[in-house]
Design a protein around this ligand. Structure first.
Ligand SMILES: Nc1ncnc2c1ncn2[C@@H]1O[C@H](COP(=O)(O)OP(=O)(O)O)[C@@H](O)[C@H]1O
Ligand SMILES: [Mg+2]
Length: 369
């Protein structure tokens, strides 16, 4: 495995509300990284209202995700669209076909697996507005989840709603097939904001009491679920009271640490560059907007993931093989419930499932490159 392959990162930009600056920031991150020589793929997963192609100045018909969904192509590599920057490619959501906005569950999982297997140093995912499960699951596939909001009450409450829904979705995904803890989580999630105790601390206490063998998974969620908060249209260094409230709300109501990684200044000229955001960014090199993007990147990437020598990309066939392998393992290795949890989680992070299997002394040829 080369140095480059090891550090492939997926960054997702979400935020709940439309118009808060997700797409502009996605492109800014892509442009800033590609200017550093990184190979970047931008993926437009705002499936109902894709606009990255427009912001990138790409006119005319290009291949798009619709070709993949309709099986006109079998790999995402085939629909990469070049941009004016050498190292920056786009997977466009431009062509709209029925069912595109909300792909079926299996298609969503297939899209996620194929995005994770793309050949790039950075993959940047631009999400749509709202808290639909598909949006939450796309957000959940990233190593780095960025939540961007404007410092306005409506946008901040939407950002909180998005973080809360992502957190609950993560818990439900992971524990859904666990008869005992899964049901307890479902019931807790259904309670209103006032009564719900669905915080990380509550989860730790409950899992310890009810299904202690699943405790390592809770620990992993705690390490993993740390959204990075970006405030748009606020000068660098300022912390708006609404931002402080949002961070406190996440801590109190969810037990989730939200890290405020920076602000982006309000720049009126953007509106003159909506048919070519990279050109806007060129005009900003060394100026406040571009400097702010660079600072954000530094803050986010300094939390770099521990690198692993393990194989991290799996084809659909290999994943099926791993699931069959887990099914065939001796039940005494772990509880039946944790076997189900492993199978479920394999759809998302195979290498973590494999770390767990290896800790139990199990090995398989597919675990390595
Ligand atoms: N930092 C900023 N300063 C001024 N205008 C901005 C800024 N960021 C975004 N905008 C404007 O806000 C609009 C919405 O941005 P966009 O990235 O498309 O939002 P979203 O993807 O969240 O719907 C754009 O038309 C852009 O002109
Ligand atoms: Mg957008």
């Amino acid at each position: 495995m080369t140095e480059k392959e090891r550090k492939k990162q997926i960054i997702a930009v979400g935020g709940g509300k439309g118009g808060v600056g997700k797409s502009v920031l996605s492109i800014a991150l892509g442009v800033a990284l590609s200017k550093k020589g990184e190979r970047v793929i931008l993926v437009d997963l705002d499936l109902g209202a894709a606009n990255l192609h427009t912001y990138l100045g790409i006119m005319g018909h290009t291949p798009s995700l619709a070709d993949f969904v309709l099986k006109r192509v079998s790999s995402l590599q085939e629909i990469l669209v070049p941009t004016d920057l050498n190292n920056l490619h786009l997977i466009s959501g431009a062509e709209f076909v029925p069912g595109m906005a909300n792909p079926a569950h299996w298609m969503k999982l297939k899209i996620i697996r194929h995005i994770k297997a793309l050949d790039a140093d950075y993959i940047i995912i631009d999400l749509g507005a709202g808290v639909h499960f598909n949006i939450l699951d796309f957000f959940g596939m990233a190593n780095w989840g960025i939540v961007i909001t404007a410092p306005e009450p409506g946008a901040v409450m939407n950002a909180y709603g998005f973080i809360k829904a992502s957190f609950h979705r993560r818990l439900q995904q992971i524990f859904r097939k666990e008869p005992t803890i899964g049901r307890i989580i479902e019931e807790e999630a259904k309670k209103g904001e006032k009564q719900s105790r669905l915080t990380l601390q509550w989860l730790k206490d409950t899992v310890k009491r009810v299904t202690p063998e699943l405790y390592p998974i809770v620990h992993e969620i705690e390490e993993d679920f740390r959204p990075a908060l970006v405030i748009n249209r606020v000068p660098a260094g300022q912390t708006h009271i609404l931002v402080t409230n949002l961070i406190n709300l996440c801590k109190e109501k969810l037990g989730v640490e939200l890290e405020h990684v920076g602000n982006l200044p309000d720049v009126r000229e953007i509106s003159s560059y909506l048919l070519n955001i990279p050109r806007f960014l060129d005009s900003q090199v060394g100026r406040p907007y571009f400097n702010a993007v660079e600072r954000l990147l530094q803050r986010i990437l300094k939390r770099d993931m521990a690198v692993t020598e393990r194989k991290v990309e799996y084809t659909d066939e290999e994943i099926e093989e791993l699931i069959r392998f887990i099914d065939g393992l001796d039940g005494s290795l772990f509880h039946e419930t944790s076997r189900n949890a492993l199978k479920l989680r394999l759809y998302f992070k195979p290498h973590q499932v494999i770390d767990f299997l290896e800790s139990k002394g199990v090995s398989h040829r597919l675990f390595y490159q």
